[in-house]
Write a protein that binds this ligand. Structure first.
Ligand code: SAH
Length: 328
């Protein structure tokens, strides 16, 4: 749905205006980062359109049949934004298949971007692979959590589970963590973490490539413990029907992680499953702590940053929730 006003004409000018207005709303982030989500689908009045800016490059994703005819208009509008040199298409999401659309990737406007785009956020640098990274290359939506990791890592032994390209790991190391362990099932993601550590002159620390469910058990069997554990798994529930099964997976993970926490240790735990409410997530984590026989207190909450807004009239845009917990 583009508009509820019957007098509004949905044409090129309309779509262009929506893109430019959405990008303008992100200006407030310019002091923090050169990278942000410029267009967040329904939340910006452009259903099916995602646009993420990484420095001079914008990665654009068209996920629905309704948005498909507007590809060129959206690309032109993004290219007209000050400082943008390239619009790269990553329309390779599962949603396209359900909509009967072919996957499409490649340069839409401007020049082929360099194999690695270096982005800047709060004094840190990260390498982003626009053409084959997960999502559009980087988890822009965890910006607030990255700021929190910087404030709680000093003097702590850190385990970053589901580390992807190590953004949390690098920030922890650069912020005074005594040790950092990154765990991910993706070899290329862990390679990316090596690069990011290098870019920030931080120690990459220990890397474990494997399935988190098994590896966390192995760490427990080896009697390992950590003062800060970050759990940021992929989306386990893609639909509401999958929430029950997903709840069990979240409970297992949080149970395993809780057992690895030192007294006074901090657990930062996340769910990015839109189908799972913040209330349910908190209940699941509470169940895990109970089974682990540990007392944990909520000392903070995290959710999606301002470039991933949630319209009051479209609460479905809310998907990311996180709890910051301190163990007794
Ligand atoms: N915290 C990261 C983003 C994590 S995305 C950041 O801020 O950048 C989820 C990650 O989980 C991906 O990197 C994916 O490779 C990894 N992953 C998915 N299933 C996994 C599993 N079973 N065990 C370990 N890692 C897994």
């Amino acid at each position: 749905m583009w508009t509820t006003d019957p007098d509004t004409v949905v044409d090129e000018a309309f779509v262009t205006r929506r893109v430019i207005e959405a990008a303008d709303r992100r200006a407030e982030l310019a002091d923090i980062s050169d990278s942000a989500r410029l267009v967040f689908s329904e939340a910006d009045g452009l259903p099916g359109v995602i646009a993420d800016r990484y420095g001079e490059n914008v990665v654009m994703q068209i996920g629905s049949a309704g948005a498909e005819p507007w590809r060129d208009v959206v690309a032109d509008a993004l290219m007209s934004i000050a400082g943008v040199r390239c619009v790269y298409e990553r329309s390779d999401t599962d949603s396209r298949e359900r909509e009967g659309l072919e996957p499409r990737t490649g340069v839409l406007r401007g020049n082929q971007p360099a194999p690695e785009t270096i982005i800047h956020e709060r004094g840190h640098r990260f390498a982003v692979d626009l053409s084959s990274g997960q999502k559009t290359g980087f988890y822009l939506d965890q910006r607030n959590a990255r700021a929190t990791v910087a404030t709680v890592s000093a003097g702590r032994a850190v385990l970053n589970a589901f580390s992807y390209t190590g953004a949390f790991s690098v920030i922890a190391a650069a912020s005074g963590a005594t040790s950092v362990t990154s765990l991910d099932s993706s070899g290329p993601a862990l390679q990316g973490a090596v690069r990011n550590a290098e870019l920030n002159e931080a120690d990459v620390g220990e890397q474990i490539e494997g399935d988190a469910f098994g590896e966390l058990r192995r760490l427990r069997d080896r009697a390992c413990s950590y003062d800060l554990i970050i759990l940021d798994p992929p989306k386990f529930a893609h639909t509401e029907a999958q929430v029950d099964r997903a709840s069990r997976a979240y409970k297992d993970l949080n149970l395993l992680a809780t057992k690895l926490l030192t007294p006074g240790g901090i657990l930062m735990t996340f769910s990015c499953s839109g189908g799972m409410s913040a209330e349910l997530f908190q209940r699941v984590v509470a169940g895990a702590a109970l089974d682990a026989k540990r007392n944990l207190r909520i000392i903070g909450r995290l959710d999606q940053p301002s470039d991933h807004p949630v319209p009051l009239a479209f609460p479905e845009a809310s998907y990311l929730k996180g709890l910051i917990l301190r163990a007794e």
